[in-house]
Structures are given as C-alpha cells and as structure tokens.
Design a protein around this ligand. Structure first.
Ligand code: SF4
Ligand code: SF4
Ligand SMILES: [Zn+2]
Length: 140
C-alpha cells in the first residue's frame, strides 16, 4: 500500500515505518492522526506540540521556523541515527528539496522488504512479515 503523505510527521519521522503503526494491537495512526489513537509518548511530544510549529503555515519544522533545527529536534535525530540508522533531518532536507510526494515514493522504495514486499519497520532489524533483513538497521 502506498505511504500517505499525512504519515510524515513535522519532525520528519515517517510514521508508516513505526512499530506502533505496524503492529496488530494498540495501533497508533501516526503523529498527524487523532490524539486518542496515539501512544502516550507521542501525544505529549514537545515537537508536535511546539508553539512555533502551531504558528507556522507549514506542517514541517524545516519550513519557516527560525530555530530550525532546534535542540529537541537535533537530539531526536541523533538518537534515531544512533539507534535505528535513520535521520529525521535528512528526511526534512529531502522533503524541502524534492517535495513531499517524491519523498514518500522514495521512502516506499527504500523501505520495502526485498523478500516479501511489505514495508519494513524502522524499529526492527527484521521485517515483521517475513523476517527479511532491514539493511539500514545498525549492526550491534
Ligand atoms: S507512536 Fe509516534 S512515531 Fe509512532 S506512529 Fe505514532 S506518532 Fe508516529
Ligand atoms: S524546529 Fe522549530 S517548529 Fe520544530 S520543534 Fe523546534 S522550535 Fe518547534
Ligand atoms: Zn518481508
């Protein structure tokens, strides 16, 4: 299934790749979805709830925020780079350069399991459907 552009969060996270979105129980519908369907952590997210973002005409941190990239965003990006081999800041750079539609097409190609064609999960080393390898996941 194609990744919906609304699944890309203001911080650059692709919620379609999140374990909470892909699992079968207690599913989270993504950062831009209703609060009642989010994990506690994401409901309280200081980036999604940032006042500067609320005042901005864009839904992404990278457009029209004078503090971009702020400390919170840099910390989140660093954590994801170290733990999951994925960069929110690179995603935002790509969205700014190519536009959101091209970005999601690129994401689909990048994160499709070569073995079974399902979407990989950024939080797991192996595909949740067939256990094919997520090549971007850092080696332990
Ligand atoms: S838990 Fe957070 S990162 Fe995961 S899908 Fe929900 S909003 Fe997105
Ligand atoms: S980059 Fe700007 S809009 Fe995004 S969380 Fe930081 S201060 Fe808020
Ligand atoms: Zn697979």
């Amino acid at each position: 299934m194609p990744i919906k552009t609304t699944l890309i969060a203001p911080c650059g996270m692709n919620c379609a790749l999140c374990l909470a979105f892909q699992r079968e129980k207690n599913i989270c519908l993504g950062c831009n979805g209703p609060n009642k369907d989010k994990s506690h952590y994401c409901r309280k997210c200081s980036i999604k709830n940032c006042e500067k973002l609320a005042r901005s005409s864009s839904r992404f941190c990278s457009s029209s925020c004078s503090s971009f990239p702020c400390r919170r965003l840099k910390q989140l990006d660093q954590r994801y780079q170290n733990k999951y081999g994925m960069s929110m800041l690179e995603n935002l750079k790509s969205i700014e350069a190519k536009g959101i539609r091209k970005f999601v097409i690129q994401e689909e190609a990048k994160w499709t399991c070569k073995k079974c064609g399902s979407l990989l999960c950024v939080h797991r080393e192996s595909c949740l459907n067939c256990s094919g390898r997520n090549k971007g996941y850092p080696k332990k």
